[in-house]
Design a protein around this ligand. Structure first.
Ligand code: PMP
Length: 438
């Protein structure tokens, strides 16, 4: 097509393991619930970009706030100084921190992305242990089939085995097992090993390595990028209890679940389990200007700021920590979320969403449908020798017909902007149904 540019000089993200490179989908504009492609076709956004555009596309208020801020002051460092916007944003975020005031998760460290938030949280956890005289605790534990971004910290605790095979990982990292077969979704209901007791695997790792070596365990409350894996009832509580018993910090990676995705402001609020650190990004600025934030408990923050000899135990920070334009975007985003009630809108729509998506049960190849808040994972059977091929065909077909979905292995994932209307949910379900049948 005339509008298709040459790909030669463009190194696409994830080229190594994606089939997309031969035929990229070109998005040229975005407004509300829709993208437009380069030929002017409308594409209903079933994925909020990459789980991030929670308030929908093209929000003028965010654009204007960013422009205003860039005009007044484009950049200022946040080391040894600051600027009013970063303090204002931190204060407003702190007042809305995961778990509400009782959780005391209201100490905030700004980053530039989800991967940076993960690295930051891991470093904070290790530095905290050191600050309280537990300097042997440098090990961090993740979970098989977890996703925590692409920094070395994130791939080390992440559950994507291929990444860990190719790249060196942090020494001493280990992973909770879901099941005896890490390739299978462990959280499907009804199998004997699939309950809260999966969390007991942390005891196995404590036995193996010694609690005195473990700083923290990091999990996504709901694993997103690896196929929408829901925790069994009681799993997160049990993980919290075991971590507490052994002096291990608990980190929730809420890069996806944060900012209303589950129908509550955070997964902390959904599950009522309070970790020590929460990583966020994506919805923080509605996907507009790259930014992440780590929420730390006061306990962690205060210990770090004092240290055993009164020194600060953490040397860490980014050029773009608290970037003025990102903070301006974040402030405008928070205002929109609040004025439009978006952080709890997923709860209002949850029944409609669930009914629509579970209506796809019984279609050919569909083996499991998992919903929570405004997220769905539709797991398909594998085509022999080609994991993900079937889901990818559906992705391609639906994009042509005007619906954007996401594919992770054999699972189709949807997570629309939280402004989605009921009729648009119905449209998504019927388009999915037709395409899966086809
Ligand atoms: N953690 C989780 C749970 C994520 O889903 C992602 C991104 N999908 C990341 C971390 C990494 O975020 P980023 O791509 O902004 O670095």
């Amino acid at each position: 097509k005339a509008n298709t540019p040459s790909l030669e000089n463009y190194w696409m993200p994830f080229t190594a393991n994606r089939q997309f490179k031969a035929a990229p989908r070109l998005l040229a504009g975005a407004e509300g619930m829709y993208y437009t492609d380069v030929d002017g076709g409308k594409v209903l956004d079933g994925t909020a970009g990459l789980w991030c555009v929670n308030a929908g596309h093209g929000r003028r208020r965010i654009a204007e706030a960013v422009e205003r801020q860039l005009t007044v002051m484009d950049y200022a460092p946040s080391f040894q100084m600051g600027h009013p916007v970063v303090f204002d944003f931190a204060e407003k975020l702190a007042a809305r921190a995961p778990g509400g005031p009782d959780a005391k998760l209201d100490r905030i460290f700004f980053t530039g992305s989800g991967s940076e938030s993960v690295d930051t949280a891991l470093k904070i956890a290790i530095a905290y242990q050191r600050a309280i005289g537990q300097g042997t605790r440098t090990r961090v534990i993740g979970r098989e089939r977890g996703y925590h971004g692409v920094g070395f910290g994130g791939i080390s605790v992440g559950g994507l085995v291929n990444n860990r095979r190719v790249f060196p990982t942090l020494p001493g990292t280990d992973h909770l097992r879901h099941t005896h077969d890490p390739e299978r979704n462990s959280f499907v209901k009804g199998l004997p090993a699939h309950g809260a007791e999966l969390a007991d695997d942390l005891e196995r790792l404590v036995g193996l390595h010694g609690a005195e070596t473990i700083a923290a365990v990091i999990v996504e409350p709901v694993a997103g990028s690896t196929g929408v894996l829901l925790p069994p009832k009681g799993y997160l509580e049990r993980l919290r209890a075991i971590a507490d018993k052994h002096g291990i910090l608990l980190i929730f990676d809420e890069v996806i679940t944060g900012f209303g995705r589950l129908g509550t402001p955070f997964a902390v609020d959904y599950f009522g389990v309070v970790p020590d650190l929460v990583t966020t990004a994506k919805g923080l600025t509605n996907g507009s200007i790259p930014m992440g934030a780590v929420f730390a408990s006061r306990k962690v923050h205060d210990a770090l700021m004092q240290g055993p000899e009164g020194q600060i135990e953490l040397f860490h920070g980014y050029t773009y920590s608290g970037h003025p334009a990102a903070c301006a975007a974040g402030l405008a985003t928070l205002e929109i979320y609040e004025e439009e009630g978006l952080l709890t809108r997923g709860a209002e729509l949850a029944t409609h969403w669930q009914d629509a998506m579970h209506g796809l049960k019984g279609l050919p190849h569909v083996i499991d449908i998992r919903t929570i808040g405004l997220v769905v994972g539709i797991e398909l059977t594998s085509r022999e020798g080609a994991v993900g091929a079937r889901a990818y065909e559906i992705f391609t077909d639906l994009f042509k017909k005007g619906l954007l979905i996401r594919v992770t292995g054999d699972t189709i994932a949807l997570s629309p902007p939280l402004i989605v209307e009921r009729e648009q949910i119905d449209t998504m379900a019927s388009m999915l149904s037709d395409s899966i049948k086809q």
